[in-house]
Design a protein around this ligand. Structure first.
Ligand SMILES: *[C@@H]1O[C@H](CO)[C@@H](O)[C@H](O)[C@H]1NC(C)=O
Ligand SMILES: *[C@@H]1O[C@H](CO)[C@@H](O)[C@H](O)[C@H]1NC(C)=O
Ligand SMILES: *[C@@H]1O[C@H](CO)[C@@H](O)[C@H](O)[C@H]1NC(C)=O
Length: 232
């Protein structure tokens, strides 16, 4: 959207490039937005299953999670990613994506390959199973969760080489590499993005909120501003 582009340009000009994107809250805003729109990418499984409950896990650096989300070809053109990548340069970009996490198409393909070879495995059946990849190459399922479950059961299948790399690079993060998922503790809430409503306003509403964002830009906290802009 035009106003988003204008706002992005202003933001980049307002803040030292790179520094704003290192704010974990901005990375988390980006990730949250991308995972609403492209929920099937592997990093969204990792984020929702492990990182929300245990943000100290090695694989859960917010900037690395956001970089992973935006590196997945399935999400690369997402407007939140366009904005994030324009700001996450230099030291921010150097933090790197989560190591050895597969993109959505690759994870879907690995599950499909394993389940073609070993169709009787429990995780190739049932409601959570992955159907064959669709025309876009992505299976309609939590492919990273299913892939990891299959590889936990049959770690020496050739298709599990990427899983082994992921696990050794990321401190054997639970539950993907072993162990039980960390439990969410309601008393340790994450960053609050304010209203999570569906602000699909009319054009007038969108312009009005863009103007509000621009007017208030200088004085607002960076993460709150970004969260608002991402909803435009
Ligand atoms: C959270 O992650 C840290 C670092 O990897 C690990 O030592 C700890 O056991 C994890 N906690 C839970 C509840 O999984
Ligand atoms: C993902 O799949 C594509 C196409 O098969 C391949 O070129 C690429 O190397 C794969 N990426 C990873 C990380 O395995
Ligand atoms: C939740 O947090 C409280 C207070 O830190 C702690 O006593 C409790 O054990 C935690 N519960 C879980 C399931 O982690």
């Amino acid at each position: 959207m035009h106003y988003t582009a204008v706002a992005t340009t202003l933001l980049v000009a307002l803040f030292a490039q790179g520094s704003i994107a290192q704010d974990p809250a901005m990375a988390t805003s980006t990730l949250t937005t991308v995972c609403q729109q492209a929920a099937k990418i592997p990093v969204c499984d990792l984020y929702s299953t492990s990182c929300k409950a245990n943000s100290t896990a090695a694989a859960c650096n917010p900037v690395s999670l956001a970089l992973s989300a935006c590196a997945d070809p399935v999400a690369a053109t997402n407007s939140a990613c366009t904005m994030f990548k324009s700001m996450c340069t230099g030291a921010c970009a150097n933090q790197g994506a989560v190591k050895d996490l597969l993109p959505a198409r690759n994870a879907s393909q690995q599950v499909f390959s394993i389940c073609t070879e070993m169709p009787t495995m429990t995780d190739c059946q049932g409601d959570a199973r992955c159907p064959a990849p669709d025309a876009t190459g992505v299976s309609d399922c939590k492919s990273w969760t299913v892939y990891s479950a299959l590889c936990r059961e049959m770690p020496d299948m050739t298709q599990c080489a990427s899983w082994k790399s992921f696990c050794s690079s990321n401190g054997q993060v639970a539950p993907f590499c072993g162990g039980a998922a960390p439990t969410t503790n309601s008393s340790t809430g994450g960053h609050n993005h304010g209203t999570s409503g569906n602000t699909q306003g009319t054009t007038t509403g969108a312009k009005s909120s863009a103007t509000t964002v621009l007017t208030g830009a200088v004085g607002m906290a960076a993460s709150g501003l970004l969260a608002m802009m991402l909803m435009l």
